[in-house]
Design a protein around this ligand. Structure first.
Ligand SMILES: Nc1nc2c(c(=O)[nH]1)N[C@H]1C(S)=C(S)[C@@H](COP(=O)(O)OP(=O)(O)OC[C@H]3O[C@@H](n4cnc5c(=O)[nH]c(N)nc54)[C@H](O)[C@@H]3O)O[C@H]1N2
Ligand SMILES: Nc1nc2c(c(=O)[nH]1)N[C@H]1C(S)=C(S)[C@@H](COP(=O)(O)OP(=O)(O)OC[C@H]3O[C@@H](n4cnc5c(=O)[nH]c(N)nc54)[C@H](O)[C@@H]3O)O[C@H]1N2
Ligand SMILES: [Mo]
Length: 794
């Protein structure tokens, strides 16, 4: 046995306890290549982590033109110097020997290396052919939450005003579409209300479907430090698994998956029944309270206990804690967003805050979390299913305003229907109306639901697939053109974390071989396509990150996500700054909605809202009459059972998610020794009682099957609900040890072989956390490693 690095065994490091209302103490974490000390570092280059949404600020250590380590930025508001395991070790993936260094094109069925001229030439020829013969709707772009703001903005302009297609979305659809939608439904507009500093003040913390300990390790360090200090906050956790968060909670509610709305309605019921509401706040700042109160009236804890299979007394206990809070901070993440009735449930957390007046003050923080490092920018820049600057596609004045900024006629910007969501884009490709799909910074052949279907869509002869990535991923292997991208540390740009903190990440080293930055690739394409504005001048006038940032600032001016008070120079002098940042608020803005609700008025709002059951749009006239003064909307929702219930064939509920050591499809973390050794292969989790019931025990090889497909995994018995099985979704096929692959009738390694093509009707976010499955023993040879190390921590 080799010894494991310290921060693998203890991801959160040592405690620095602190009391409420005092600043979070500093602690500077760093990791350098073996044998090096700080004296050996030539220079430190400012950056922030690209392996989660927390926005951990760090400096990159450079020696002889190579990255040799990282150190947390002690001055930064987000982490005060701390780094998580992926931050500390993840940079080594930049040096992976199998980085793509030259473009590839498909010739005679095989991908072969070529020069940029050939690769871009093919893309441009196909784009022009399609535009001429099939129109702009035949071209789609599927991007990510992992590029920089400058890159998304450029992509948005070239797709929406250059090509003129409505088919542009991000993998943020899989990630934070529900966060955006829930904020839009309640506040009329996207934009995180709270701040991480709320954790410093909170007397109650409530985490809904958020395994913060493993997915935002540095934010969890902040919570752990509060829990270790004087007058700690009380902690409520809602998660069917006994996660590290659940283990520290005063009340842990572990509902059946897909029942969040029932549970939240019961919490609302109790808070209202016991009169723990803030009438003045409700009257001044909200509409819809009577409907909400009527809707949750029958939702007693006993009623919810029957649906969620959680003791009624535990629900009452949680309601008492939440109802009694003076400074309530809540977070919501994938246990809500990727589960059944995603938006309806996320909105009920907003409602809890509104009826208690828990908004816009220190400790009164609402955080509809993000996941990816720059998901916020994908949303702001309109590279997801929205228009840039949180503009409303149904408001002609907003479209005209955008047309003015881009100097095009309004009809150039598609707004005949909502921007196409990712699952619909794949459907169009399946049906044949979409003929070119340009995928940047995402690996759908592992991360989308029902992989056999995704593979067959991407493999079609008639679909021209472009993939822009660092590696020859499972998706890139199916492409017609592969473009080698530069990444974090090799390019300059900005990224905005889950609490609106904007960081600058600077280029530290040269990218490998001929790899180019995503910005340069998009700019090159726009130039080759010769996109023009309405005066015949080039549509895109910027040439580098800083001028792209300036262009975005003009687009953001006067909108909620106003960047006009920021600059690269200002970010360089200091560290992270929260938007809106303007002349009036030059140091940024900690919290939104400190003086009431600001962006919900009909002529400002990003949306007029949707029906929480069907997703049907509310029309503008109805919105104006419902909400004439632009207040927050308290939207009630009825609990509905999950679409795919359990059955005799598939008796277990299947949920999928993450481990602390890996990021998504492991393209980076799987290539880092420390991280990969900590969790080298796929496993399935079950409670010991559930396993015993099936005649299985810890360490057995099992097959997890659903109506879509199956996965072979090693069984781990852990603390979680009975009747349930959990799998991490990180493992794909690029590094399959014995070459085991999903055969027609066999089982694969990727959890998404088993997940369902179904999504929330409101946010269109796929349901990775509600499916029905069967688990059986599987003794076929080969398959996941039995390495003790796969146990990691749990
Ligand atoms: N280590 C690591 N960190 C990451 C990432 C990573 O891949 N690895 N990815 C980043 C990204 S993009 C994201 S989106 C975030 C995601 O961060 P999280 O949302 O914290 O992570 P998940 O594991 O997807 O899901 C959270 C929890 O939801 C629970 N859950 C499942 N079904 C239900 C349900 O019906 N109700 C409730 N209440 N809970 C349920 C699961 O048991 C799980 O513990 O993490 C970010 N940080
Ligand atoms: N079953 C199940 N499925 C899930 C989830 C789940 O919980 N369960 N979670 C969903 C969520 S929340 C998310 S966010 C998605 C994530 O799903 P993906 O986005 O598919 O996962 P990643 O592995 O992060 O893929 C990012 C790709 O971008 C490449 N890349 C990294 N940096 C750069 C860069 O600078 N430029 C370019 N061009 N490429 C770059 C990486 O090599 C990698 O191939 O998965 C979703 N799928
Ligand atoms: Mo995500």
């Amino acid at each position: 046995m080799t010894t494991r690095p310290e921060r693998i065994d203890n991801p959160w490091g040592p405690r620095t306890p602190y009391a409420p209302g005092t600043p979070w103490p500093d602690r500077t974490d760093s990791h350098l290549a073996p044998g090096l000390s700080e004296q050996d570092v030539d220079r430190w280059v400012q950056s922030a982590s690209l392996l989660h949404s927390n926005g951990d600020a760090m400096d990159i250590a450079v020696r002889e033109g190579r990255i040799v380590g990282v150190r947390g930025r002690t001055t930064d508001r987000v982490n005060r110097g701390r780094l998580g395991p992926k931050d500390l070790y993840g940079w080594q993936a930049n040096h992976a020997p199998d980085r793509l260094t030259r473009p590839l094109v498909r010739d005679g069925g095989r991908l072969v290396e070529c020069d940029w001229e050939t690769a871009m030439g093919r893309i441009v020829t196909r784009s022009k052919e399609l535009l001429e013969h099939q129109g702009p709707g035949s071209i789609g772009f599927y991007t990510t939450g992992q590029l920089f703001l400058e890159e998304y903005y450029t992509l948005t302009v070239l797709a929406r005003a250059g090509i003129g297609t409505n088919h542009l979305d991000g993998n943020t659809r899989l990630c934070t579409a529900t966060a955006a939608e829930a904020l839009k439904e309640t506040f009329g507009c996207d934009g995180q209300p709270g701040s991480y500093e709320d954790i410093d003040h909170a007397d109650v913390l409530a985490l809904f479907g958020h395994n913060m300990a493993e997915t935002q390790t540095v934010l969890w360090m902040r919570v752990l430090d509060r829990l270790a200090g004087a007058t700690p906050p009380r902690l409520v956790c809602v998660d069917p698994r006994r996660t590290p968060v659940a283990q520290r909670a005063e009340v842990h509610l572990g509902p059946r998956s897909g029942t969040n709305v029932a549970l939240l309605n019961a919490l609302l019921h109790e808070v209202i029944r016991t009169g723990r509401i803030d009438r003045d706040y409700i009257d001044a700042h909200t509409v819809g309270f009577e409907e909400l109160a009527a809707r949750v009236k029958p939702c007693t804890p006993q009623w919810a206990a029957g649906i969620c299979d959680v003791p009624a007394a535990a629900i009452e206990h949680a309601a008492e804690i939440i109802g009694g809070a003076q400074r309530l901070t809540s977070t919501v993440l994938q246990g809500v967003y990727q589960s059944h009735q995603a938006t309806a449930a996320a909105v009920q957390v907003n409602n809890l805050h509104l009826i208690r007046g828990m908004l816009g003050r220190p400790g009164r923080g609402l955080l509809q979390m993000n996941g990816q490092p720059s998901a916020e920018n994908t949303r702001e820049c309109g590279a997801n299913g929205d228009l840039p600057g949180f503009r409303n596609w149904e408001n002609d004045k907003h479209v005209a305003d955008l047309a003015r900024i881009w100097n095009v006629t309004p009809d150039r910007i598609p707004h005949y229907a909502p921007p196409t969501h990712a699952m619909q884009m794949f459907r169009y490709a399946e049906q044949g109306s979409l003929r070119m799909l340009w995928i940047s910074g995402t690996n759908p052949a592992v991360s989308l639901p029902e992989l056999s279907r995704i593979r067959s869509i991407l493999s079609q002869e008639r679909l021209f697939v472009v993939v822009q990535d660092l590696f020859l991923t499972e998706t890139a292997q199916l492409a017609d053109v592969v473009l080698p991208a530069a990444t974090w540390g090799e390019k300059t740009g900005t990224l905005t974390n889950a609490d609106r903190t904007v960081h600058l990440s600077e280029k530290a080293v040269e990218p490998p071989g001929e790899a180019r930055t995503d910005l340069d690739i998009f700019l090159d394409y726009a130039a080759r396509m010769d996109f023009r504005d309405k005066d015949g001048e080039p549509l895109i006038t910027w040439r580098d990150p800083e001028s792209a940032f300036a262009a975005w600032q003009r687009c953001s001016a006067g909108r909620p996500c106003d960047y006009t008070g920021l600059s690269y120079a200002k970010l360089r002098e200091g560290s992270g700054i929260q938007w809106p940042c303007t002349e009036q608020a030059p140091h940024g803005t900690a919290r939104l909605y400190t003086d009431g609700i600001t962006f919900a008025a009909a002529d400002i709002c990003e949306t007029y809202g949707k029906d929480l059951v069907t997703g049907a749009s509310v029309d503008p006239v109805e919105y104006r009459s419902l909400n004439p003064d632009g207040k927050a909307v308290l939207k009630a929702a009825e609990y509905l059972p999950p679409h795919e219930g359990t059955s005799a064939d598939f008796p277990l509920q299947l949920i999928t998610g993450r481990t602390v050591y890996h990021f998504h499809t492991r393209t980076k973390t799987g290539r880092v020794r420390e991280l990969n050794a900590a969790a080298p292969d796929v496993w399935a989790e079950m409670s010991p009682a559930q396993a015993a019931d099936l005649g299985l025990s810890d360490g057995d090889m099992v097959r997890v099957s659903t109506a879509r497909g199956a996965v072979r995994a090693r069984l781990r018995t852990t603390g979680m609900r009975e009747g349930m099985v959990f799998m991490p979704f990180h493992y794909g096929y690029w590094d399959t040890p014995g070459g085991y692959r999903p055969a027609e009738d066999g089982a694969g390694r990727a959890a998404n072989e088993t997940t369902i093509s179904d999504w929330d009707p409101v946010s269109k976010q796929p349901m990775f956390k509600t499916a029905a499955a069967r688990v059986t023993r599987d003794d076929t040879p080969g398959g996941p490693q039995s390495d003790e190390a796969t146990r990691g921590r749990s």
